[in-house]
Write a protein that binds this ligand. Structure first.
Ligand SMILES: [Zn+2]
Length: 534
């Protein structure tokens, strides 16, 4: 009498979706054994996939057969025994050597004849083929999704996987928070830790209700998904999901991330004029309190501003100065920039005119951008064709592809964002001119914070304190470029223009020859720099 071991297996993987449950297999096999008078010495159950060799229960089944505990196996179908070539081969080998003399399947006929072994091999081959093609189909499905611009994975925070359309849609609850996070970080006033706390405040935290770790925050801030692309298996693709933020905001965040790479955090600014001036050595000017005790016991406390002396290469010798003196010098410096009313008016009028010209030019630029977009589409096609024809290697293909996608994205944004881009310089420029107009009032007050803010608004971080005197220089190290109003070309152009006006007026004053400058009409007898104050 043949002794059989009953073997039932079902994995939770996709490959076994259609297969009977373990319970059902056991019931069917027991009934089959009874009906056919089979002797079953043991039942073995396994909940593992058979895609890969190395199932523990299956291995012990084979060991028991090799030890002679049984001479055959009862299973629902050959695919329960093996879906890979190693396990399938081992079964066939055991049949060849005679260790297995019976294999019984209710759904498959087998006898240990050459024909039976051939059929068994076929059955194992088919099971393997099924698994292989399933994974190939899945991969093909994913690739197809990617090609249609759909990220084939779990939607990132701020988006949802729509189960019906299988697409990725904006999460109305969290998307505004993501946008806020990008904007906050781009301002340069937040650390990653503070962003994590901001997220927690909005209810976004880990499962353990803890704030996100910094890496996770960084992952959000560097995910191109939010402006319309996505990463998939090491490549960047164009997504068809709705962007939450613009590429320009994303780029700004990347700059802040780089700048902050090794930057001091949580610096406490205690003194009003800290964080405004650079020293000649390139470091920032900081402040400290000093107390002097006189011989008669009176104590006087002073605030001194001095170089932070953080440079490791330059031994700084700039002298420190008292707050009162710095205040006076800063006020004088600011007043020196106060424009005559005529210049103010002229600059404002020019601003409006420039804005108008830009609007007109936009139409031309728009059609150019549209043409470029069409060109890129053609290039993309050519690139893809030459990759398929193997004219170029994969690395070149990927690099060029990313380049084209980036260019395309920027152009598309240019087209979408003209209004915003104009706002981005016209509004600040208007404010800058307003700041110029407020110099007299603020410089004559005793409000140090207001003076600092005004100086920052007017000159960004381009002020240096050299030999105890404020000096305006262009600050080339692009750190904190976002806060630097003069860093972008348009305001810089205005600033140059204004500087030219100033020198024209000054020369005119010394030579008493106003009429030679037709654009400027300074009022006679009034010192221009102080004009608006009188
Ligand atoms: Zn210094």
């Amino acid at each position: 009498m043949e002794k059989l071991i009953l073997y039932a297996r079902k994995s939770t993987d996709t490959e076994d979706k259609q297969v009977l449950s373990i319970e059902a297999q056991l019931n069917e096999l027991r009934k089959f054994a009874r009906d056919n008078n089979l002797v079953v010495v043991d039942e073995m159950v396994e909940k593992r996939t058979a895609k890969m060799p190395g199932r523990p229960v299956f291995n012990s089944l084979l060991t028991r057969i090799k030890n002679g505990e049984a001479t055959g196996i009862l299973a629902w179908h050959p695919d329960r025994l093996a879906r890979n070539s190693v396990d399938g081969g081992e079964i066939v080998y055991l049949v060849d050597t005679g260790a297995i003399s019976r294999l019984v399947f209710p759904t498959f006929w087998f006898e240990p004849t050459p024909q039976g072994k051939f059929m068994l091999n076929m059955a194992f081959g088919q099971s393997k083929y099924y698994v292989d093609s399933l994974s190939e189909n899945t991969k093909r499905g994913l690739r197809e999704k990617v090609r249609r611009g759909i990220f084939p994975g779990l939607a990132p925070l701020g988006y949802l996987n729509d189960p019906r359309s299988k697409e990725i849609v904006v999460d109305k609850q969290f998307a505004p928070i993501i946008k806020q996070v990008f904007e906050s970080y781009a301002s340069g006033r937040y650390t990653l830790r503070e962003i994590s706390l901001l997220l927690k405040e909005k209810g976004i935290m880990t499962r353990g209700e803890k704030p996100y770790c910094l890496d996770r925050v960084k992952f959000i801030l560097t995910n191109p998904f939010y402006y319309g692309l996505f990463r998939y298996s090491g490549e960047i693709y164009e997504g068809n999901h709705t962007p939450i933020i613009e590429k320009s905001l994303f780029d700004k965040v990347q700059r802040v991330l780089v700048e902050r790479g090794h930057q001091y955090r949580n610096e406490v600014i205690k003194h009003d004029l800290c964080g405004l001036f650079h020293c000649s050595c390139g470091m920032m000017i900081t402040a400290e309190n000093k107390t002097k005790v006189q011989k008669n016991g009176n104590r006087h406390s002073y605030t001194y501003y001095r170089c932070s002396r953080k440079s490791k290469t330059i031994k700084c010798k700039e002298p420190a100065l008292r707050e009162e003196l710095l205040d006076k010098r800063l006020s004088d410096f600011l007043l020196d920039f106060a424009p005559p009313q005529a210049v103010s008016d002229f600059l404002l009028a020019k601003l409006e005119q420039d804005a108008e010209t830009e609007r007109t030019n936009y139409n031309t630029e728009r059609s150019e951008a549209e043409q470029k977009l069409r060109d890129i589409s053609v290039k993309q096609k050519i690139l893809f064709d030459s990759y398929l024809e193997q004219d170029i290697d994969r690395e070149t293909f990927l690099n060029k592809k990313t380049e084209l996608l980036d260019e395309k994205k920027s152009l598309a944004e240019f087209l979408n964002n003209f209004e915003a881009s104009q706002k981005s310089w016209v509004e600040p420029m208007r404010n800058w001119l307003k700041s110029l107009g407020s110099i007299c009032k603020i410089a004559k007050s005793s409000d140090l914070l207001a003076k600092k803010q005004l100086a920052l608004d007017l000159f960004g971080l381009n002020l240096f304190l050299i030999n105890q005197t404020p000096i305006l220089k262009e600050y080339h190290n692009d750190k904190r470029a976002g806060e630097n109003r003069l860093a972008t070309p348009k305001p810089r152009a205005y600033f140059r223009l204004y500087s030219e006006f100033r020198s024209v007026i000054k020369n005119a004053l010394t030579r008493e020859d106003f009429s030679k400058s037709p654009d400027v009409v300074p009022e006679t007898g009034v010192e221009p720099a102080r004009h608006c104050c009188h």
